[in-house]
Ligand binder design. Structure first.
Ligand code: SF4
Ligand code: SF4
Length: 224
């Protein structure tokens, strides 16, 4: 899921200096789990903005905020409230904020900073395990990602700086390359790793902005 962190409210308010009437957009998925854009947070934002003298013309929770078709459908239902608004305050990831802009044509103000693709370790605790490099090598590295979990992104670690098996860059973390070595040894795959071409990674497969278009058969199950 996409991990977001709410901007401080004064910062949001400052960005709304020129706008009086606001329409709010939340997200039913990632931003709801991150507590940055679910129904509870959207209603709280409405109350805070009204306390500051703003007029909230309406709000909607998209399912999810980054789906253009969903935004088109929901914005049609709320088109009068959106038309009244000077701008949209979007409580999702950066992708959702851009979808809201694209569909509404309005100025958007994101309330969140979008941080990373995260795993949920427990309620309210998220960790980055994958940085979406586009060429997954987990089968060779024992299921641990060096691209993301080594701060240097080394493909031929360890770097030699680890102390007590902790990373020299962030001593709170175990050195992932020591973990990879231990794991490969445990499962009897060290030889395969050494013989592999994992030291060469094709970063060109993931240039921004990325696009993926499914073949007709693959896309058929998506009825939205
Ligand atoms: S190797 Fe690439 S795709 Fe696989 S987990 Fe790491 S960053 Fe993600
Ligand atoms: S100590 Fe390990 S995880 Fe940290 S930078 Fe070096 S190789 Fe990467």
């Amino acid at each position: 899921m996409i991990i977001t962190k709410a901007k401080p409210f004064p910062e949001i308010l400052q960005s709304l200096e020129r706008d009086k009437v606001i329409f709010l957009v939340g997200c039913s998925e990632c931003a709801t789990v991150c507590k940055t854009g679910g129904e509870e947070e959207v209603k709280a934002m409405r109350d805070h903005l009204e306390d500051e003298g703003k007029v909230v013309s309406g709000w909607v929770i998209l399912d999810p905020g980054c789906n253009l078709l969903e935004a088109r459908k929901e914005f049609r239902k709320t088109k009068e409230e959106i038309a009244q608004a000077d701008s949209l305050v979007v409580m999702s990831c950066g992708g959702g904020a851009q979808i809201a802009q694209e569909v509404s044509g309005k100025v958007v103000h994101p309330t969140n900073n979008t941080l990373f693709l995260g795993t949920v370790k427990r309620f309210g605790q998220f960790q980055e395990y994958c940085s979406m490099c586009g060429e997954c090598i987990l089968d060779l590295t024992g299921g641990l990602c060096p691209v993301t979990r080594c701060p240097k992104g080394l493909l031929n670690g360890p770097c030699g700086g680890a102390k007590d098996e902790k990373c020299e860059v962030n001593p709170d973390n175990d050195c992932v390359w020591i973990e990879i070595y231990d794991r490969l040894k445990e499962i009897g795959r060290l030889k395969e790793f050494v013989a592999s071409s994992v030291q060469v990674h094709d970063y060109s497969v993931n240039t921004n902005p990325s696009t993926l278009v499914l073949e007709r058969d693959e896309a058929r199950s998506d009825n939205r």
